[in-house]
Design a protein around this ligand. Sequence first.
Ligand SMILES: [Zn+2]
Length: 226
Amino acid sequence: MNFLLEKTTAIQKLLTRAQNWRFGRAKYPNGVEFSLWPPFAPRRRQRLEATPPRPDIDEMLNILEFPDPRLRTKAQPVTVFDQALQELIDAMFATMYAAPGIGLAATQVDVHKRLLVMDVSEERTQPLVLLNPRIIAREGSQVYQEGCLSVPGIFADVERADRIVVEALDRHGEPVRMETDALQAVCIQHEMDHLVGKLFVDYLSPLKRELVRKKLDKQRRSASAA
Ligand SMILES: [Zn+2]
């Protein structure tokens, strides 16, 4: 029994190792995982944008809601890194934290620039801003129940890449490159969809999307009647 158990464990270990190699992952003797596939090769962790939330901003931006046609606008790259941009980023963070949400794309506040802000930390202490983001590598898949500040009160499972490598610019126009997974990877993919006019409800069947639209209509009617 023990022997069999040991043998099974050994086979499992081999299988796991084979699978890891297939996904281009391996481990150092100290247990730290590294990547064999160039885009995921070890490199210094991308520093997170250390911009504290601005409690002094009390003017929140208006968040467009599905099915507002302006949410379908394709955003243009950010080319000017001026004071107005910094103010927009701060206002977007304030609006996102107040909502509360974990991510907000400029499209959602009717600014059609390739810009998104997010913070997936539980303590809400890791604000991240990405300008002109591009996903240069993706692998695996994960299903996450997503929600959206533009589709309030609706949640649905969406399948997305599990690990991604993103290249973008920070708020001052400096290039950043980050490798991420889990919720942060989901959030980046969700927000980047907004920048090309896509919403998470687009992944649902037309029938389900219609139900979402009706539910939101009803929510708005009862909110305006109250
Ligand atoms: Zn969204």
